[in-house]
Ligand binder design. Sequence first.
Ligand SMILES: Cc1cc2nc3c(=O)[nH]c(=O)nc-3n(C[C@H](O)[C@H](O)[C@H](O)COP(=O)(O)OP(=O)(O)OC[C@H]3O[C@@H](n4cnc5c(N)ncnc54)[C@H](O)[C@@H]3O)c2cc1C
Length: 467
Amino acid sequence: MTGDRRENSLPPRRIQSLRTWNNHLSARCEVYRPERLRELEAIVGCPQLRDVICRGLGRSYSDCHLNEAGGVILQERLDRMLSFDFSSGILECEGGVALGDIIDCFLPRGFFPPVTPGTRFVTIGGAIANDVHGKNHHRDGSLGAHILSLSLLTAGGETLQCSPTKNPDLFWATVGGLGLTGVITSARVRLQHVSTGYMKVDIDRAPNLDAALEQFSETDERYQYSMAWIDALAGGGSLGRSVLIRGNHAEIEDLPAAQRRAPLAVRRRRRPSLPFYLPSFALNAASVRAFNQSYYVSHPDRTGSIVPYDSFFYPLDAIGNWYRLYGRRGFVQFQAVFPPEVSRRALIELLQEVSRSRRASFLAVLKVMGPAGKGLLSFPMAGHTLALDMANTGRDLAVFMCRLNELALAHGGRVYLAKDAFLTAEAAASMYPRLQRFRKIKMRIDPQGRFASSMARRIGLVESREA
Ligand SMILES: Cc1cc2nc3c(=O)[nH]c(=O)nc-3n(C[C@H](O)[C@H](O)[C@H](O)COP(=O)(O)OP(=O)(O)OC[C@H]3O[C@@H](n4cnc5c(N)ncnc54)[C@H](O)[C@@H]3O)c2cc1C
């Protein structure tokens, strides 16, 4: 890295414009890339830096990992595996270790992460800081439920050990805490045991939302993992038509003979990359409608298909830089969760809004969520969550997203902070009732507001710099 060197032997830095994963928001930041804990401590303690925030692999759609005119600490070099206990499956690793590296290292030994989002390109620190959920939330909860302990480098320069029993309030403020309590320098996570690197998958089509919700509630307990792709452009009697994709880790006896010989050795697919941005008109209502129709038709009901784990968990990772599909202006994602009593009504209203707007969303995903965890700012709560991607069309998109946020609020729903770009401070406070408790802990552990991000200022999690 090129850059200037400051008097007190700070590691080099560079002034750089960083972007969110979806290419929608950007910020000019002072970027550091420490290789060692000592360097990290020096950056956190540097009096010339007004505030800092960590960045994992930058896969969040929100500005939670950006810090306009402030410091950003890249975690990518703090990526050492520290210990592993085969009998318990407990892995201790630094915060910058990528989930994909954990899979590459431990799947051949019969272990898999307890929870994974829809991409393997996230760090453990970043995944804890957003308390990520996977297709198994209805069964296994979010990642925070599987973190046994973590080490937190705080604003005061102290490293504190936190767990559900040691400094529990700080632990639950850090799980889902968007990096605002300090740097997660390491964590202990319990991996789950698996017998193969394959999934046994059932596919069921549902002609509309009611049919999809019914199938979820009638048969979901059979599956560890469950989600539905939903056609967000379908309207009328087909509103919410879906393809439910649900499965379990395959056992050795489920596999065809050829794979039984090496059940844990799954060859990763080659990863073609989208070399350029598509023009923004390429994804429009007509092309997405055609895609949705062909996706629905090409996924007839099927039971017991055996597929490699990566095509089940990470279909989007198969194409590098797929965000370029949306053109140079990028896209946004709306994701909200609704309590079970109101979710049907809320989902119908939401889908009607989207279908009427003719905004193209070929990536729309519906999931069932289990009970909420203990993270003070964690997103998941019992009910249904819907995630929709939409191309960035500027001002009119912002107006539309604010309408969706209002709709979520009106139904007692909650917007996911890892994905948000439009929430107001008032809306965030209503959606996250434990926010006051979070603020108190933040004030105690970081009274000067050393850890801050563009998002934290935008939605009032920390005070604005002027204040
Ligand atoms: C294709 C795709 C699919 C996705 N699917 C899902 C899904 O199914 N479920 C889900 O929950 N999410 C999903 N996400 C969102 C993603 O899992 C989260 O945004 C995740 O937090 C990104 O991790 P990261 O390492 O890139 O962290 P970043 O995006 O870089 O940062 C996220 C937050 O973590 C903080 N942080 C990073 N490292 C540390 C550290 N060491 N210590 C303290 N704080 C830290 C940052 O300050 C920031 O607030 C998806 C994202 C993509 C692109």
